[in-house]
Design a binder for this molecule. Structure first.
Ligand code: PMP
Ligand code: GLU
Length: 394
């Protein structure tokens, strides 16, 4: 008999992590899998950050930290928000957590009551819907179109709002589409929200620095949105620090205090050594990580060119992050090598089995027609992977 709670029984497994685990399993069986499923930079953490961590260990940083993070780390975050985003926060408005994923889980648990609706423009980052559900919230998917670069319009937002709408969660640059909302596009959404003062926004800016066009804009920069926006960020992507597990929020202080309270009962402060190292990461000029962004940009050009040579792939031009999200629905209903492809999950599995390339089905991101390909891999791996996909489909 299943003794587990309804809460866990109703939760999906993270599709990105599941695909990464499957790729690892197949590799252990001796299969030559190219992993383009996980959104994880393939660079080393920069030396100046590693050195700060080593120094912290030698200085005996080994105790519990304040639940919401070391004060000097929070000061570094405040300076970063000012320097990069023109946002002014005070110490009580900042909470450091064990990855932006925990920041998001904190927000859901402090903001949502059962039945509260959270608007998620699709495609959205894989964990949003399940984090919302875990707090008894109801994800409301808004389908966007590749022709509008996968962005939600003001009209679509307006149409999705109901008396139960509590929040909107989006990422810009977006995982998985790579789309970046411009200031004007955000203003149009904010204008709709003017009429609905009780709706709050989560602006997930974890890919902020991986932006090929420049021009990152934060929703909280609008004066009328500042008190209603929770800005989420972290070091996993920009500084190649996924395993270090540090994320943070800048939020209205009553929300930040509530995040602090829940974190104090669930995990306490984030890892002390990682926090010390992140101070150095955030104090550094963003130009210190430009070499990674430049390389991602080259890879984007490469993968777009190669995908353009395969029949039936329709792709937007991502402006940030390190993913492409091609529409592959022209393959639905086809049988190749005896396998029938009826949906994006079939397509992703077909590629895994026949081309030994791991991707993630778009269904995990709320889109049934696309797959996500991460290009956080070497150019050689990208070339080989797309060659294999092309061969498998021909
Ligand atoms: N938001 C987005 C959009 C992401 O892609 C990720 C991926 N890791 C996260 C949040 C969580 O990041 P982390 O927990 O590693 O800080
Ligand atoms: N955010 C990354 C991704 O989308 C890492 C995996 C995860 O945290 O789910 O692949």
């Amino acid at each position: 008999m299943n003794q587990l709670s309804d809460r866990i029984n109703n939760l999906s497994t993270s599709a990105t992590l599941a695909m990464a685990a499957k790729a690892r399993e197949l590799r252990a069986e001796g299969k030559d899998i190219i992993g383009l499923s996980l959104g994880e930079p393939d660079f080393n953490t920069p030396d100046f950050i590693k050195d700060a961590a080593i120094e912290a260990i030698n200085q005996n940083y080994n105790s519990y930290t304040p639940v919401d993070g070391y004060v000097d780390l929070k000061e570094a975050i405040i300076n970063k928000f000012k320097r990069d985003n023109n946002l002014s926060y005070t110490l009580p408005q900042i909470v450091v957590s064990t990855g932006a994923k925990q920041s998001l889980a904190n927000i859901a648990s402090v903001m949502l009551n059962a039945g509260d609706e959270v608007i998620l423009p699709c495609p959205y980052w894989v964990s949003y819907s399940d984090i919302v559900k875990l707090s008894d919230g109801v994800p409301v998917e808004v389908q966007t179109s590749i022709d509008n670069d996968f962005k939600m319009t003001a009209e679509q937002l307006e149409a999705a709002i109901t008396p139960k709408t509590k929040m909107i969660w989006y990422s810009s640059p977006c995982n998985p589409s790579g789309s970046v909302y411009s200031k004007e596009e955000l203003r149009a959404l904010a204008d709709v929200l003017k009429k609905h003062p009780n709706i709050y926004v989560v602006s997930d800016e974890i890919y902020e620095h991986i932006n090929f066009k420049g021009g990152h804009f934060s929703m909280a920069e609008f004066d009328d949105m500042y008190d209603r926006t929770i800005t989420v960020n972290g070091v996993s992507k920009a500084f190649a620090m996924t395993g270090w597990r540090i994320g943070y929020v800048g939020a209205p202080d009553w929300i930040a205090r509530a995040c602090n309270k829940i974190q104090g009962q669930v995990t306490s402060g984030a890892n002390c050594i990682a926090q010390r190292a992140v101070i150095k990461a955030l104090e550094a000029d963003p130009s210190s990580i430009k070499y990674m962004v430049d390389e991602f940009k080259e890879r984007r050009q490469l993968i777009l060119k190669l995908l353009g040579e395969i029949e039936g792939f329709k792709t937007n031009e991502p402006e940030g992050a390190f993913y492409v999200f091609p529409n592959i629905s022209s393959y639905f209903g086809k049988t190749i090598k005896g396998k029938t492809i009826n949906n994006a999950t079939d397509f992703s599995l077909f590629i895994l089995e026949e081309a030994l390339v791991a991707t993630v089905t778009g269904e995990a991101f709320g889109n049934k027609d696309c797959i996500r390909i991460s290009y956080a891999a070497s150019q050689d791996e990208i070339i080989e992977a797309i060659k294999r996909i092309k061969t498998a489909l021909s």
